[in-house]
Design a protein around this ligand. Structure first.
Ligand code: MG
Length: 160
């Protein structure tokens, strides 16, 4: 009998000067970037928590503690690769992943295909199994003031 499990993930990071902006593994030209111990890629972080949650595993803070020097400045795609392997080792197949990015700027639409391509290669699933939607916070709250970017994610896993 086929078993299905769904998981959710959420992440938010501050936008600050003198940092590269990395979303879904893509470096996007902008005057600020996301603050974080790793590259601050909220898309990868939200997806990882969705995958781990669906598999009933602990969250990314458990696997990649932000006090651990080995993860300092690390590309989050590398962490996503590790999580994908962990999920598959548990016998799960990733059915699909969907995300919503929330931020006022920059516009990410021109980079969505590249993000999907990186995420697809990293999780070893088809590009058509990945959703990336982008919206603004309508100038409301910290995200609306351009102080942060957040990402929501859901993941569906299946196992025979
Ligand atoms: Mg994070």
């Amino acid at each position: 009998m086929m078993v299905w499990r769904v998981g959710i993930g959420y992440d938010i990071h501050q936008l600050v000067p003198n940092r590269k902006l990395v979303l879904g593994g893509v470096t996007i030209p902008f005057n600020r970037g996301l603050l974080g111990h790793s590259d601050g890629d909220v898309v990868c972080h939200a997806i990882m928590d969705a995958l781990l949650g669906a598999a009933g595993l602990p969250d990314i803070g458990y696997y990649f503690p932000d006090q651990d020097p080995q993860y300092r400045g690390i590309r989050s795609l590398i962490l996503l690769d590790k999580v994908s392997c962990l999920i598959q080792d548990e016998g799960w197949k990733i059915s699909n992943v969907d995300t919503t990015l929330v931020g006022e700027s920059p516009r990410v639409a021109p980079f969505v295909q590249q993000m999907k391509s990186f995420l697809s290669q990293t999780m070893n699933i088809p590009v058509t199994s990945i959703g990336i939607k982008a919206t603004t916070n309508e100038q409301l709250d910290s995200i609306g003031r351009g102080e942060a970017i957040c990402c929501l994610a859901v993941a569906l896993l299946q196992r025979d």
